[in-house]
Design a binder for this molecule. Structure first.
Ligand code: ATP
Length: 306
């Protein structure tokens, strides 16, 4: 496709006997935020680091702005910006020095002062890297990823390990970049992050893409069912619950039963009657409209957790 900034075709990478990436394909188009959503160990970092030229693929084809990350030398460094999963800068490097240093590597560069203002780091301009909070370090990492006016930005787990308030601050910054039509590939294991920030998402698990589309498309694909999650006083047979009115599927998950229904009131009435007849009791009940998390559970049989 002509407007694809990042192209990944049948990418494979193993570490000894661990098949980290097993035939991954996707494209990131100009001006979109594309998310790789998956649990730890799914192969996200490996994929992104191959795109950044930090690791070599075993097989498949990757291009970033039409360039091969392994064979394009300095030209390649100029087209992308990256915030790695853990940006480790020297402890005694000051914020303004870090930006000036990174800017000096590139022919085309943004004004470090503008980036300092933009990322709310004015008060920390002269602070050592070691004196920054987790959120400030991440804001600096984002500022550094923009310093060479890149055509595409790779953000590997940009909010991992940050507390919820700081995470929302980072979301706002990425949201702004999205409004400016920057092309971004981000990896995350947070459903909320994928849903809120990404135009399109690839759900990745065990080194494979399980599904791809806009968050809305992925949710629409989740059979359009509402999910009723119940905890019961005593165990029940999945099969009996599956036969209740309007239930399309039922499985147990972490001690709960998850019922998918096309008609919530009918299923609730049938469930209560069934439990009464068995002398069983509801301990808790939650009703969820289809979410990206449901899609993930349907695809992988697992929840995404921190
Ligand atoms: P995380 O968010 O935890 O980094 P991820 O989805 O980014 O997860 P990867 O870091 O790509 O996943 O790891 C994929 C698999 O490859 C995991 O099983 C991991 O243990 C393994 N792996 C990654 N790097 C190496 C390495 N240098 N040597 C050996 N195994 C590795």
């Amino acid at each position: 496709m002509s407007d694809a900034i990042v192209q990944v075709e049948n990418l494979k990478k193993s570490y000894g006997s661990v098949e980290a990436v097993r035939g991954v394909s996707f494209e990131v188009r100009e001006g979109e935020v594309f998310g790789l959503l998956g649990p730890n160990g799914a192969g996200k970092t490996t994929t992104v680091e191959i795109l950044e030229g930090l690791r070599k693929a075993d097989d498949g084809r990757v291009r970033v702005c039409g360039l091969d990350p392994q064979g394009s030398g300095a030209a390649f460094q100029n087209v992308f910006g990256a915030a790695l999963q853990s940006t480790a800068l020297p402890e005694k490097l000051r914020v303004d020095e870090a930006l000036a240093l990174f800017a000096s590597f590139y022919p085309k560069r943004r004004d470090p002062d503008e980036l300092i203002r933009r990322f709310g780091l004015e008060e920390k301009r002269k602070a050592f890297y070691s004196q920054l909070s987790g959120g400030q370090k991440q804001r600096l990492a984002l500022a550094l990823s923009l310093v060479n006016e890149p055509r595409v930005i790779f953000l590997d787990e940009p909010t991992a390990g940050l507390d919820p308030q700081v995470r929302r601050e980072i979301y706002d910054i990425i949201e702004e970049l999205r409004q400016e039509k920057k092309t971004i590939l981000l990896t995350t294991h947070y459903i909320e992050e994928a849903e809120r920030l990404c135009d399109r998402v690839a759900v990745i698990d065990h080194g494979k893409v399980m599904a791809m589309g806009t968050p809305r498309e992925l949710k629409a694909r989740s059979a359009g069912t509402t999910r009723i999650e119940v905890r019961l006083a005593q165990p029940e047979d999945d099969g009996a619950l599956r036969r209740l009115d309007a239930v399309t599927d039922c499985h147990s998950l972490d001690g709960s039963y998850v019922l998918h229904t096309t008609h919530t009131p009918q299923t609730l009435v049938a469930l209560v009657k069934h439990l009464e007849s068995r002398g069983n009791e509801l301990q808790s009940l939650e009703i969820h409209s289809p979410s990206l998390e449901d899609v993930f559970i349907e695809l992988t049989g697992r929840r995404l957790r921190d």
